[in-house]
Design a protein around this ligand. Structure first.
Ligand SMILES: [Zn+2]
Length: 644
C-alpha cells in the first residue's frame, strides 16, 4: 500500500517490524499506516565542506509546509482526526460490509480519504524528510514524535477494519473476489484472505506479539550492541567493528589480513552468546510456525512476501547449480592478484584504481542521457526530478549518510537523498536511486493508492536495471585499465548479491532443519555448516579455516529468516530484463508495464501478463548467463592487458 518506500538498509523510525516475523496480519494491505520503508545504502558518512553546497541540489519541500511551526500542520491533523473519528463511529460495530461487497466498497472509499500514504501522511512525511536532512535538529524530531504518537493511537483504533476484512467468511470470499465494485481491491483481498488463514485466535496473537521481542529480537539486539561497541587496531589505529570489514577489501594484503584477524578475535569473543541467541530464535520461530500449521521453515517468508514457494525454490536451485560461475570469478581474481588462493576474509578485495571524477552536474547529465536513450518518458521523469529539486545531493552536517529514494502516498512528490562525493560509485548510486524513483512515478501515475508498493522480491529490479545501463555508458569511455577495475568490482558485487545470498539461504535451510532435528546446535556444528555452504559458492580458490567458522555471528540477515533470497531474485529479474532490452529495444514497453504494476498482483502473475513464466528454469538462467558473459569479457580483457 502507499507507504514511503525506501530500499536496502532500513532506517525508518516508522519501520513497523522487528527482526522476527511480524504477526501475519500486520502485512495486510489495509495497514496504510506503516509510514516508511526505506531503501539503500545508509553507510557512508562523508561530510563535504558546507560552502560548496548549492541550493539547486537541495530538496524543495515547499509542497508541504513553511516550517515545522507552520500552523497548517495542526489544521491538517485536526481534519484527518475528524475523518478517522467519523469512520470509527460509523463502521466499528457494523457487519454488513463483511457480507455485501457494495457496502465494503463504500467503506473502503471513505477509509481511503484519510489513509493515502497513512494517517497524518502530509505532516509525517514532511517531518520525516526534515529529520533525515538534519538528524541533530531536536525540535523537528520532537515534533515528529508527537505527531507519530497520535497517529499510532488511530492506527490501533482502526485495526478492527483490517482484521475483520481478513475474517470474511470462507463461503462469501468468492463473492467479494469477483465483485466488479471491488475489482481494484482484488489482490488486496486475496492477500488478506490468504494471510488470515494462518492467523491464530486473537488471544494467541496477542501473547505472541507481547513475547516476540523477549524470545527473539531482544537477543539479536543485545548481540548487535555488543558487537558494535567492539574496536580493532590496524596500523596502530583504533577502528570500529564495522570499519574493519571495509579494510578487508583494501589492496594492501597486510591491512586485509590484520583486519581479518581482528574480526576473528572479536567474533571468537561473542560466539558463545550468538550460539544461544540463534538457537533460541530459530526454535521459537519453529514453534510459532507450527502453531500456524506451517511446516517448511521458509514458507512463512514466501507467504508474507507474496511470492510462490515454487518460484523461490526454482531460483535457489538455478543459482546453486551455477556456483561454477562464482568459482571462476575467484579463480580470476586470485590470478590477477598473483595468489594461489584468497582467505575467506578477503573475498571482497577490490582490484585496480578508478580515478575518474564525477561532478554532480556531469553525473546527473550522464544519468539523464542514459534514461532518455532507453525511454523518453522515463528520461523526462528524471529531468523533472532534477529541475523540481527532488534530489538532495551533497553530504551536510547532520544529514543521514548513504542514499535512498522515498515516497509516501499518491499526492506528494518522490524524493531522493544522496551523499555525492564525485566518485564513480556515487554516480552509479544516482542511477540506482532514480531507478526507484521512476518505478514509484510509474506506479503513482497508473495505480490506485491501494496498489502502490513493491514486493520485497522485486524491490531492487528497477534500481539495478538502470544502474547497469549507466555502467555500460561509463565503460564506453573508460581506458582499458580502468575498464578492467570497473568490471572486476561489478562482478564482485553481482557474485555477492546472487551467489553469496543463495549460499546463505541454503545455510539457513540446513540450520533450521538441524536445530529442529537435534533440538540444539553447538557453535562448532553451526560453524561447520557455515563453512560448508560458503565453500560451496566460493570454490577452491577461497580458503576457509577453523577461524572462519564464526563468521556467521554478525550476519544480521540470518536473524530475518530467509530474507536473503530477495537480493538474488531482484538482481536476476533485472538482468533478465536487461538482456531482453538489449535484444530488442521495444521490450522497454514491457519493462514499463512491469514497473507500473505495483502490488496489484503477485510478481508471478505480473510476469505472466507479459508472457513470461518465472517458475521456469530458463527464466533464471538467462540472468545467470549474462553474468557468465560478463566474466568471459573480463577474462579476455585481463589476458589482452597481460594481467593474467
Ligand atoms: Zn536500492
Amino acid at each position: 500500500m502507499a507507504t514511503p518506500m525506501v530500499t536496502e538498509a532500513s532506517v525508518g523510525i516508522y519501520f513497523n517490524q522487528n527482526n522476527f516475523f511480524p504477526p501475519l496480519s500486520s502485512d495486510s494491505w489495509v495497514k496504510a499506516f506503516t509510514l516508511v520503508s526505506i531503501s539503500d545504502k545508509i553507510t557512508r558518512n562523508n561530510i563535504l565542506n558546507i560552502s560548496i553546497l548549492k541550493k539547486q541540489y537541495d530538496w524543495d519541500l515547499s509542497p508541504f509546509y513553511k516550517s515545522e511551526n507552520d500552523p497548517q500542520i495542526e489544521k491538517d491533523i485536526e481534519k484527518e482526526s475528524k475523518l478517522a473519528e467519523a469512520f470509527i463511529k460509523k463502521w466499528k460495530n457494523r457487519k454488513d460490509y463483511l457480507e455485501d461487497p457494495n457496502v465494503l466498497c463504500t467503506a473502503l472509499s471513505e477509509y481511503e480519504k484519510f489513509t493515502d500514504g497513512g494517517i497524518f501522511n502530509k505532516p509525517l512525511y514532511y517531518l520525516w524528510l526534515r529529520t533525515h536532512l538534519d538528524q541533530t535538529d531536536k525540535k523537528v524530531k520532537a515534533k515528529e514524535k508527537l505527531v507519530y504518537d497520535k497517529a499510532i493511537q488511530y492506527i490501533n483504533r482502526l485495526q478492527f477494519f483490517d482484521l475483520k476484512i481478513g475474517k470474511i467468511k470462507r463461503r462469501l470470499q468468492k463473492k467479494f473476489l469477483t465483485s466488479p465494485a471491488l475489482s481494484k481491491y482484488k489482490h488486496n483481498l486475496e492477500r488478506s484472505f490468504t494471510l488470515s488463514k494462518y492467523d491464530l485466535t486473537e488471544k494467541e496473537e496477542t501473547v505472541i506479539n507481547l513475547l516476540s521481542p523477549n524470545s527473539s529480537s531482544n537477543w539479536s539486539d543485545m548481540l548487535n550492541e555488543f558487537l558494535s561497541k567492539e574496536t580493532g587496531t590496524v596500523n596502530n589505529k583504533r577502528i570500529t567493528f564495522e570499519e574493519l570489514f571495509s579494510l578487508t577489501e583494501k589492496p594492501e594484503q597486510a591491512v586485509r589480513d590484520k583486519a581479518g584477524k581482528e574480526i576473528d578475535r572479536i567474533l571468537g569473543k561473542w560466539v558463545d552468546i550468538a550460539e544461544h541467541e540463534i538457537n533460541t530464535a530459530i526454535d521459537t520461530q519453529r514453534k510459532i510456525r507450527e502453531l500456524r500449521k506451517i511446516s517448511e521453515p521458509d514458507k512463512l517468508r514466501h507467504i508474507s512476501d507474496d511470492i510462490e514457494t515454487k518460484v523461490v525454490k526454482r531460483l535457489i536451485k538455478s543459482v546453486t547449480n551455477s556456483f561454477y560461475i562464482s568459482h571462476r570469478y575467484y579463480s580470476l581474481i586470485s590470478k590477477l592478484l598473483r595468489k594461489k588462493s584468497l582467505g575467506y576474509h578477503e573475498r571482497g578485495v577490490t582490484y585496480g584504481k578508478i580515478k575518474s571524477k564525477h561532478k554532480i552536474k556531469d553525473a546527473l547529465s550522464l544519468v539523464s542521457k542514459t534514461y532518455m536513450k532507453l525511454d523518453k518518458g522515463l528520461g523526462n521523469i528524471v529531468t523533472e526530478m532534477i529541475s523540481k529539486r527532488r534530489i538532495d545531493a551533497f553530504p551536510k552536517k547532520g544529514k543521514c549518510s548513504g542514499a535512498f529514494c522515498v515516497f509516501s502516498g499518491s499526492k506528494f512528490p518522490v524524493y531522493v537523498l544522496l551523499n555525492h562525493t564525485n566518485t564513480l560509485p556515487d554516480t552509479l548510486t544516482i542511477a540506482h536511486e532514480l531507478g526507484h524513483a521512476v518505478n514509484d512515478h510509474l506506479q503513482i501515475r497508473n495505480l490506485p493508492q491501494n496498489n502502490l508498493g513493491t514486493p520485497l522480491s522485486t524491490a531492487e529490479v528497477a534500481s539495478t536495471f538502470f544502474e547497469n545501463f549507466l555502467l555500460e555508458e561509463i565503460l564506453k569511455k573508460a581506458s582499458p585499465e580502468e575498464k578492467l577495475s570497473i568490471l572486476i568490482n561489478r562482478l564482485s558485487s553481482d557474485i555477492s548479491t546472487i551467489f553469496r545470498q543463495t549460499a546463505c539461504y541454503n545455510f539457513e535451510l540446513e540450520l533450521h532443519d538441524e536445530i529442529k532435528k537435534k533440538g540444539y546446535l553447538t557453535k562448532e556444528k553451526i560453524g561447520e555448516l557455515f563453512n560448508k555452504h560458503m565453500s560451496a559458492y566460493l570454490g577452491p580458490n577461497v580458503k576457509l579455516t577453523k577461524k572462519h567458522e564464526n563468521w556467521w555471528v554478525y550476519w544480521s540477515h540470518i536473524r530475518s529468516p530467509f530474507y536473503v533470497y530477495s537480493y538474488a531474485s531482484g538482481l536476476l529479474i533485472s538482468k533478465f530484463l536487461q538482456v531482453k532490452v538489449k535484444e530488442d529495444s521495444k521490450f522497454m514497453i514491457k519493462v514499463k508495464q512491469f514497473l507500473s504494476a505495483g502490488i496489484s498482483k503477485s510478481p508471478k502473475e505480473i510476469f505472466l501478463d507479459l508472457g513470461i513464466d518465472i517458475t521456469e528454469n530458463s527464466f533464471w538462467e538467462k540472468g545467470l548467463k549474462d553474468i557468465e558473459n560478463l566474466l568471459n569479457t573480463t577474462e579476455e580483457l585481463a589476458k589482452n592487458l597481460g594481467r593474467i
